[in-house]
Design a protein around this ligand. Structure first.
Ligand code: NAD
Ligand code: ISE
Length: 337
């Protein structure tokens, strides 16, 4: 069976997902696209066989040839499209964040629970990355004993001029927030945000870099360096310190070149290069589940809610300079198992 897909938002990641859906993966066909920039949508649709454009995401969701929806528009627009897809009874893959406020995520959870079946998968693709999966397997098998700490770095060569300090948390660090909940199978209890000496390349009022301290409920402490203007490349690091040893993500360079008394390897240019395979695996699993009429097996609306609740607390912590406590709502049984 070929799943007819509609994509809302055809900017950077929307286009990259369309490329993988149409050229790399199997089992789907992009039937419709929509963007607030109609010329952009038209340009994308005209390059795809049988693909039409819609003026709004809601119209796209109503299209009979659209059996499943990909939401890749700006974060604050996600809620309305996810709710519309749930109402239409169509599976929806929503890029992170699920929504930009805790309240919006709660509304999505309420709608999904009322609909009576899981229909939403959130685009936390690091859970599909081979390196992080090996890290999780090693943690779960207690290869280094109980995990005590984790050091993470999320380094971006250069952010756009409209990137704000809030986005540093709810658009970027939200990946680590989701990652550590999944890696340690634990919720986050508290968060602090420190502002180191400012990078002189940071534009406007951007607080860059940031150091975010995450306390897991079991006491594991995670530090996340978020650098938005590091210059040299897109560098994602992670090292877990356990009672009996450490586990570290390796550098993803395919080869190391040794030449003229020097050695070197490639640093990825951006998230598309670094997580190329993770996005492919994430999407193939999602398509296969939709085709089989099975609920999604990736990150749920609950995961999206929990991550945004922590991000909201981190924003408070950043603005007050104090530790913020996280209290999650009770998890509906619907999301267990
Ligand atoms: P972008 O600005 O390049 O693209 C967003 C597109 O959405 C634009 O074309 C814009 O015109 C369109 N858009 C905005 N509002 C819309 C609306 N109401 N209806 C239809 N289209 C609308 O941004 P991007 O980098 O592609 O990011 C998009 C989303 O994907 C964000 O939520 C971002 O956090 C997420 N993202 C995730 C990853 C990841 O690693 N998982 C990487 C990049 C972006
Ligand atoms: C972007 O939206 C992503 O999701 C990337 O994975 C992340 O590294 C980057 O910081 C975000 O802006």
């Amino acid at each position: 069976m070929t799943v007819g897909i509609g994509v809302i938002g055809v900017g950077l990641i929307g286009q990259d997902h369309i490329r993988r859906l149409t050229q790399v993966l199997s089992g789907s066909s992009v039937m419709a696209v929509s963007d607030v920039d109609p010329a952009r949508a038209q340009g994308i649709a005209s390059a795809l066989d049988g693909c039409r454009t819609h003026a709004t995401g809601q119209e796209l969701i109503a299209d009979r040839d659209v059996e499943a929806v990909v939401v890749a528009s700006w974060g604050p627009t996600h809620e309305e499209f996810v709710l519309a897809a749930i109402e239409a009874g169509k599976p929806v893959f929503c890029e992170k964040p699920l929504a930009t406020t805790t309240e919006a995520c709660e509304r999505i959870i309420k709608a999904e629970v009322q609909a009576g079946q899981r229909m939403v998968q959130v685009g936390f693709m690091r859970r599909f990355d081979a390196g992080y999966r090996s890290l999780k397997e090693a943690i779960d098998s207690e290869a280094i004993g109980v995990p005590l700490m984790m050091h993470c770095a999320h380094r971006i060569p250069e952010v756009a001029p409209n990137f704000t300090s809030e986005m540093a948390i709810n658009d970027a660090v939200i990946h680590e927030i989701d990652l550590v909940r999944w890696l340690f199978d634990d919720e986050i209890a508290g968060v602090q945000v420190l502002k180191p000496r400012r990078n002189s390349k940071a534009k406007n009022d951007l607080a860059d870099p940031l150091l975010v301290l995450i306390e897991m409920a079991a006491g594991t402490l995670v530090d996340v360096e978020l650098s938005g203007n590091i210059g040299y490349g897109y560098d994602i690091r992670g090292e877990v310190v356990g009672e009996d040893g450490t586990l570290a993500l390796s550098d993803r360079s395919e080869i190391v070149v040794k030449r003229g008394l020097q050695y070197s390897g490639r640093v990825p240019a951006d998230w598309r290069e670094r997580f190329l395979r993770a996005y492919d695996i994430e999407f193939q699993e999602w398509i296969d589940n939709v085709a089989a009429n099975e609920p999604p097996t990736g990150p749920t609306s609950w995961d999206g809610y929990a991550a945004t609740a922590v991000a909201d607390a981190a924003l408070k912590a950043m603005n007050t300079g104090r530790r913020a406590t996280i209290t999650l709502a009770e998890k509906p049984d619907f999301y267990n198992g």
